[in-house]
Design a protein around this ligand. Structure first.
Ligand SMILES: Cc1ncc(COP(=O)(O)O)c(C=O)c1O
Length: 364
């Protein structure tokens, strides 16, 4: 690689350092916003991917109807940043968390997922005691095998929650997480449609048995949003990874750039074909496999230890020396971001800002 087209080395940063390319981030946000402007459903992007309120605000300003998140911690961070329309796409269980949820309902329009009548009663009671109402979506398991009632049981749960003072039944959700990573496009589309068919049949049953006329119907991830975002009856999509992307999604979802990288330094060259970098699994999640090297042809990461990444080098990369820097694209962005306290935001090779990561392992 000639010195002129060498990627930036960010000499002012110690490594490992989480980098966020703002040009790529903004392009991804604009691209997804344009897709939703052309259809009827709306985007409520998932916060768990980036855990960063300036990014959430950029998504809202681009047209998102609100923000989805996974935890009460995340919802509190969103509320503290002035974001008012929040879906916790998860069950909120336990007195402490329910009390925090109810406190949030005083200042925000917060929605939760419910899949259990006893939990729904606990939330309703706490909300009544504080004279607030918490909006809820009945969660339906459309085949993922995680939370959610079966489609056949959705109407019964909806009927009972609709009668609970303190809860306001707003609709249904059914995240088709078992479809988002299916490599074969046709199979992904077929299985997504099958899953959403189950969700919409549950919606019909709920409409028939309650007074709910315009339910929120929320589903979708980055791998399925082109299908889910156009599926009749779906009103909101919860995709999140599209904003920052990662190496796994980059193989499956064309058109979105990897804005997120971990900057690593070569700390050892034990042999001509091997380099060792200082960013291991304490900086990059190995959950979905090895990171890929960005703009570093011939560098292949083959192993992550706690503080080390081992790379094999083909001929074109053999000039890599101790002290050189390489940007690594994590295979899974969400669980990588959670390992860091802030993003180093870069624009055309310069660090221009640092943005905090909220409610992560580092900042909890
Ligand atoms: C409930 C829920 N909704 C939506 C998503 C979509 O996220 P992504 O855009 O990363 O596919 C996830 C991801 O795990 C999720 O758990």
């Amino acid at each position: 690689m000639s010195p002129t087209n060498k990627p930036p080395a960010y000499p002012g940063l110690d490594t490992p350092a989480l980098l966020l390319d703002l040009d790529s981030l903004d392009k991804n946000i604009r691209r997804m916003a344009a897709f939703f402007r052309r259809g009827r459903s709306r985007l409520r992007p998932h916060f768990k991917t980036h855990k960063c309120t300036p990014i959430a605000w950029r998504q809202l300003r681009a047209g998102a109807v609100g923000i989805t998140c996974a935890t009460v911690d995340e919802a509190e961070s969103l509320a503290a940043a002035g974001i008012r329309d929040i879906l916790i796409a998860n069950q909120v269980v336990g007195d402490g968390k329910i009390a925090r949820l109810v406190a949030l309902a005083h200042e925000t329009d917060v929605m939760i997922a419910v899949d259990n009548a006893r939990n729904a009663r606990d939330v309703a009671r706490a909300a009544r005691q504080q004279a607030v109402s918490v909006r809820c979506l009945v969660e339906v398991d459309t085949g993922m095998g995680r939370c959610g009632v079966t489609p056949a049981r959705a109407a019964a749960l909806a009927r009972s929650t609709a009668r609970m003072e303190g809860l306001a039944l707003a609709g249904l959700m059914g995240y088709e997480g078992h479809c988002v990573f299916i490599e074969d496009k046709k199979q992904r589309e077929d299985e997504t449609r099958h899953a959403l068919g189950k969700l919409i049949s549950a919606v019909r049953a709920v409409r028939a048995e309650t007074k709910l006329r315009s339910p929120v119907v929320s589903a979708g991830g980055t791998g399925t949003c082109r299908i889910t975002g156009r599926f009749p009856g779906v009103t909101e999509v919860q995709a999140g990874s599209y904003a920052t992307m990662d190496a796994k999604y980059a193989r499956l979802v064309p058109g979105f750039a990897c804005a997120l990288t971990v900057l690593a330094t070569v700390i050892s060259r034990p042999s001509s074909g091997v380099a060792v970098l200082d960013s291991g699994m304490k900086a990059i999640s190995p959950e979905f496999g090895m990171p890929t090297a960005a703009r570093a042809p011939g560098v292949e990461i083959v192993k992550l230890a706690e503080e080390h990444a081992v790379a094999t080098l083909s001929e074109e990369a053999k000039s890599l020396a101790v002290g050189d820097r390489v940007e690594l694209v994590p295979a899974h962005g969400c669980t990588t971001v959670n390992l860091h306290g802030w993003y180093n935001c870069v624009l055309r090779g310069e660090v221009v800002a640092t943005w905090s990561i909220a409610a992560g392992a580092f900042t909890r």
